[in-house]
Design a binder for this molecule. Sequence first.
Ligand code: FPP
Length: 228
Amino acid sequence: METKNNIKHLAIIMDGNGRWAKAKGLPRSKGHEAGAKTIESITRFCVDHTDIKTLTLYAFSTENWKRPKSEVDFLMKLLERYLKKELRTYHEHKIRFHAIGDISKFSAKLQKLIQEIKDQTKEYDGLTQVLALNYGARDEIIRAVQKLNATTSEINEANIAQALDTPYGELDLLIRTGGERRLSNFLLWQLSYSELHFSDTPWPDFDVDELQNIIDDFKNRKRNFGGL
Ligand code: FPP
């Protein structure tokens, strides 16, 4: 009997908040608020699903600054609210919080909060929840190569992987919600051998039953990693 795939690292492009809100005649901000609730329920699911060690979520991209200032400001406030609220959950479930991306563009207050939560949870060995914040994969790769250049390390696969923001081993499965079938500059290096799943469900409606079905399908996929 063939052994089933194990899922250790799951990443999600949480798309469709704006369209979800529009379809309900609501402002886009309501879609983002509902999206933040979905993060809570999916994170809880991953805590209980012991195979999953790392959950990486695309929360704000290097391109999202192009949105109207009012929406960017709202997303920043929502992130602050979310982190303050979730801190209890991180402690309760021993979740290690981590952020990837270049947060130096965020307000000093938000940077401090992110750093404090990282510090407070760094010893936890339950799930690691990673928020991609002002994240772009090309930016991550450029920063990694610059780091290696500065330390005159040899440029090879292992060194680049180590210098990236995400030293969490292989990424097993990427899910994108919201109906689009593209990668939008997310984890381009890490996705080399990942399985992909595109869901039409907008992120605010994405739920644990759908995630369980996607994981069940993933477990039965044949992964070759370039071999036979
Ligand atoms: C995409 O929806 C969503 C994002 C901009 C990133 C994800 C943001 C959230 C889930 C909000 C809460 C996040 C945190 C960390 C508190 P969209 O606006 O692109 O939707 P659309 O494609 O339908 O317009």
